[in-house]
Each structure stands twice: as structure tokens, then as C-alpha cells.
Design a protein around this ligand. Sequence first.
Ligand code: SF4
Length: 238
Amino acid sequence: MNPKRHELKPDEQLIRKSQKGYQILEKTFGLPEWRQPLSALDELVSTILSQNTTDVNRDVAFTRLKKKFPNWETVREAPEEEVVEAIRPAGLANQKAPRIQAILHQITEERGDLTLDFLSEMGRQGAHDWLSRFKGVGPKTAAIVLQFSLGIPAFPVDTHVYRVSGRLGLRPEKMGVENAHAWLEQLFAPEQYGPGHLNFIRLGREICHTCKPECPRCPLNGLCDYFQNLQKPVNCPA
Ligand code: SF4
């Protein structure tokens, strides 16, 4: 379960540093917006499809799924192999298809129909905990549905956000990705969660690569612990 906010407390200096980093990224990349908002259930399925693949492959798989099946009820009742075939471009289709169908069955059993709109009335922790019970729904997936579909502020931490925040020194180095969600939420204002998430991802994709980060041209190098120290080599294949 995602830790409650009061269990973790960054100090004022770190909050100021985070704010400075946020402002620099906004000046550099602008104020990004999420793609076309989806319903909460559509966003949940789309985010499950996005796991371990690219945005392009996720979108291809999601479009194929929506084209093949007229609604979520027919996805739920379809033979598993038909769902696997539809979402194959997203990869791990044999794992993702049964997970999606199990979630659709569970929502139907508990709620009587296939919608997640009721979550917007549950508040941040309630909606997060409700979603997190499903197999295949971790803190990042839950936070994406909250932030970008339900309008409940949450800071999703994907692999880029986790790596960049660690190198910058915005979180304790050994903090796990689950705890990083609650931690980063205390460094930024709720209205900064969406743009901050997107700009950190962009920085991670374009400059702060897993291997060979391009520190000399990074707009945040003046704030970055990794760049200041440059004492820990990045382990990359030769
Ligand atoms: S200075 Fe280097 S390590 Fe630090 S955030 Fe920028 S690219 Fe990443």
C-alpha cells in the first residue's frame, strides 16, 4: 500500500530545490498537457497496456482493442485468446489480457456495471487503495488514473521519474519506487503533479538517459547531486 503522507517528510531545503528544478523544466520544456483524457476505466486499461512497452505500441494495442470490441462488457466476456490477439502489439499480451479481463469481472461483481466514475467521490487514498487491490495495478498505474482521468492529484512515478529524481537527489537514494510516490507529492504542489511528471519523463527520455546521461547539456545540472559528484559510474553494457 502507498505510504500515507505523514510517514515521510522532506525538509524545506529539498522542497526549495525541487521547486527550482520544476521552474527550470517548465521554462525549458513548457507546460505540458496529458493527451486526450480518457474515462477512468479506459485509462486503467490503457495504462496496463503501457507496462513494459512504448507509448506508440500501447496506443496501437488500445485502438485495436476498442475497434474489435464495442464495449468493455464484450471484452470481459470474450475468449481470452481474442483479447490476447487484439492487444498483442503492446507485448506481454498473454499476461495483460487475463489481467484486464479479471479486473473487468471484479468491477462488475462489486459495482454491478463497468465504470470507475464512482472513484472520484472516494478521495485520494480511498480511490488509490480501491484500484491497488487489482493484480497488475501498482502505485504508478493507480496514480495515472487518479491524476489524469479522475482529477484527483497524484504524482505517478515511472522508471524515468524514479531515475531522474534519484540522480538529482530529490529523494533518498535507497527509497523504493512505491514510497517515492508519497515523497514526491510532498515536494510539489498538487497542480504541479501532472506537468512535473510529464517534464521529468521528457528529461529522462531526451537527456538523463539510463546509460550515458548528457549532463553537460542538462538544464538541471546546476542542481544535480549526480552531476556535482560524478563519483558513481553508471553501469551500462560496454
Ligand atoms: S545533470 Fe545529468 S544526471 Fe543530473 S538530471 Fe541532468 S542528465 Fe540527469
